[in-house]
Write a protein that binds this ligand. Structure first.
Ligand code: AMP
Length: 585
């Protein structure tokens, strides 16, 4: 196939350093149908299943004994699983779910730390036709409740400690049929709550390890992630099985994944990077994936890269800034020469980080851009492209991106405007769960409106400028101000709350709240601390405000909307802009 040949030519190696021209020709000849979907292993009845593409395909092709996953526990444990092991475990769990009565399209929530069983369960649910909805394990009860209620969750897969953390909200989820609890190696002392099911007991009862995949089609929904907007509660973004084609191809093109590579992605499956590039993209590309249960740690991460000879490392700007802060001396203690490619996503990558990467890792850090709704990388600095530090690169083949004015017409190069994408890419979201109006509002004049502002230069490189809405990006995670405001006003002292993102040198933004108090409450430091603690327990440390200021009156429009823009301008000492709609005090 012509495209394959061009791709080969554009693969970046020591002896082959392709230029932009080679790349452009690959680009212009691309067609999803001819060059994308034809690479998939369709099911015998013409269906498509992303778990089959990720795992079973390799076993069917005779690569079952290749390593799919090396798990490193937070206490230093190590477990290794081949693709055959993975197929067997996920086949078994698929049968467990079928036996429990799970039906095609059921929303199954996974609320767990990064354990091998999380991945077995996820692939098993997908094979059995369910929709997986992974949640970040640091969440407190409120975000879990909002999401499970909204989605009408039917099953929950969790661990004893996390089950315990959210026990109070379980009776509210009336649609919930079963809770499956995984107490790996009996690490946790909590005993099984009456009515819950033990994962290992259920798995033991499965007699055959072979499972015939449920007849999912490319159009069936497979993965659901909640994402925040500036108004209302988070929305459930639904992706189809067909997203796998874009995850497979971008894994190869944008992250340079090759079969047999050792790959380390630091994202958690509670966020879209942790599923698209922490599950589907790496495994469809036949790599061995490192799953590290622990969190950030400069030495711990470098040790992993050295010990397991990691080829490709995919991480995020906040982590890179923390690594920069940890210093060059730490880097020098480790042999990182196995690294071939480093990618970054989630926030703008500072140009200094690219330069720092060049000096310390002997290669640039490749920034790429995408979001929960796009399901896969859309714009990237490819290994074969010249990198312009600070740019998020060029759209991947098959994707058309544009910069629009306020009337949704394309504008000239080098001008800042609305970042938009032509709909129809395979990993596009196809619904916000039961929010059609909101979903439709994201499409204008034949474009999908991303919610970001950007510009595009004459050479076709895109430059991120900022969010077009009030959504806060803290350490690469989007936080909807409304969710935080709702939690704060549940405290008896709080009358009104307005939440903004305050610039921060490491996390890009931190969550900052302004509150007015009910009568009989005083603006004290004790109350401030109490409110932060209250929000942390309800939400999670990452989502709760790090700073709270008291106000005597909240700036609002005459129609009663809190003017977050004004709160932010005042916080930053910037001009207040148009305040003609401001309510009189
Ligand atoms: P999420 O949907 O949570 O994955 O967040 C997506 C949002 O993160 C995007 O709409 C951007 O605002 C931001 N983002 C993601 N990648 C980048 C990047 N490479 N540069 C700048 N912002 C980014």
């Amino acid at each position: 196939m012509q495209f394959d040949e061009i791709l080969k030519k554009t693969e970046y190696t020591e002896s082959n350093k392709p230029n932009l021209k080679d790349y452009e020709s690959a680009y212009n000849s691309f067609d999803w149908n001819d060059d994308g979907y034809s690479r998939l292993e369709w099911l015998s009845d013409g269906g498509l299943n992303n778990a089959y593409e990720s795992i079973d395909k390799h076993v069917a092709k005779g690569f079952g004994d290749k390593l799919s996953m090396i798990w490193i526990g937070k206490n230093g444990e190590e477990e290794k699983y081949t693709y055959s092991d993975f197929k067997e475990e996920s086949d078994k769990f698929a049968q467990v779910m079928i036996k429990l009565g799970m039906e095609k399209g059921d929303r199954v929530f996974i609320f767990m730390d990064r354990l091998p069983e999380l991945y077995f369960a996820a692939m098993g649910i997908l094979k059995a036709g369910g929709i997986i909805a992974p949640l970040f394990s640091a969440f407190g009860p409120d975000p879990v409740k909002d999401r499970m209620l909204d989605a009408g969750a039917t099953y929950l897969i969790t661990s004893p400690d996390l089950r315990n953390k959210i026990s109070s909200i379980i009776p509210d989820i009336k649609t919930l049929k079963n809770i499956v609890v995984i107490n790996k190696d009996n690490r946790q002392k909590e005993s099984l709550v009456k009515g819950d099911l033990d994962y290992y007991e259920l798995m033991k009862k499965v007699k055959s390890s072979e499972f015939s995949i449920v007849n999912t089609s490319q159009y069936d929904f497979a993965i659901m992630h909640y994402t925040s907007g500036s108004t209302g509660k988070p929305k459930g973004v639904l992706h189809r099985h067909q997203a796998v084609v874009q995850q497979l191809l971008t894994g190869h093109w944008a992250l340079d994944l090759r079969p047999g590579d050792m790959y380390f992605c630091t994202a958690d499956p509670g966020w879209v990077t942790g599923t698209s590039y922490g599950m589907i993209a790496p495994w469809t590309n036949g790599v061995t994936q490192i799953i590290y249960e622990g969190g950030f740690g400069a030495s711990a991460w470098y040790e992993i890269i050295e010990k397991y000879k990691v080829d490709v490392w995919y991480t995020a700007p906040t982590a890179i800034r923390l690594l920069m802060r940890a210093g060059e001396d730490v880097v020098k203690k480790y042999d990182l020469s196995s690294l071939r490619f480093i990618g970054s996503v989630g926030e703008p990558l500072n140009p200094e980080a690219v330069v720092w990467g060049n000096r310390n890792y002997k290669m640039p850090i490749h920034d790429n851009w995408w979001q929960t709704e796009t399901g896969a990388i859309m714009c990237a600095n490819f290994s074969s492209n010249k990198i312009k530090p600070g740019s998020m690169g060029k759209p991947i083949p098959g994707v058309t991106m544009g910069i629009l004015d306020d009337e949704y017409n394309e504008i000239e190069t080098d001008k800042s405007g609305i970042l938009a994408v032509r709909p129809g890419w395979p990993s596009q979201m196809y619904a916000y769960w039961q929010q059609d109006e909101m979903y439709n509002s994201r499409f204008k004049k034949g474009w999908y409106i991303t919610g970001d502002q950007a510009s595009c230069d004459k050479e076709g490189y895109f430059w991120f400028q900022g969010r077009a809405d009030d959504v806060i990006n803290t350490a690469g995670h989007l936080v909807g101000p409304f969710e935080v405001e709702s939690a704060l006003i549940e405290h008896p002292a709080v009358a009104e709350a307005g939440v903004i993102g305050k610039p921060d040198p490491i996390a890009m933004e931190i969550v900052k709240a302004f509150v007015t108090l009910n009568p009989d409450y005083e603006q004290t430091n004790d109350l401030r601390r109490e409110l932060i603690r209250f929000a942390r327990e309800k939400l999670s440390a990452g989502v709760a405000p790090r700073e709270i200021d008291f106000l005597d009156t909240m700036p609002k429009t005459r129609s009663g909307k809190i003017m977050r823009r004004l709160l932010k301008a005042r916080e930053l000492g910037e001009p207040e802009g148009d305040i003609s709609t401001l309510e009189d005090d």
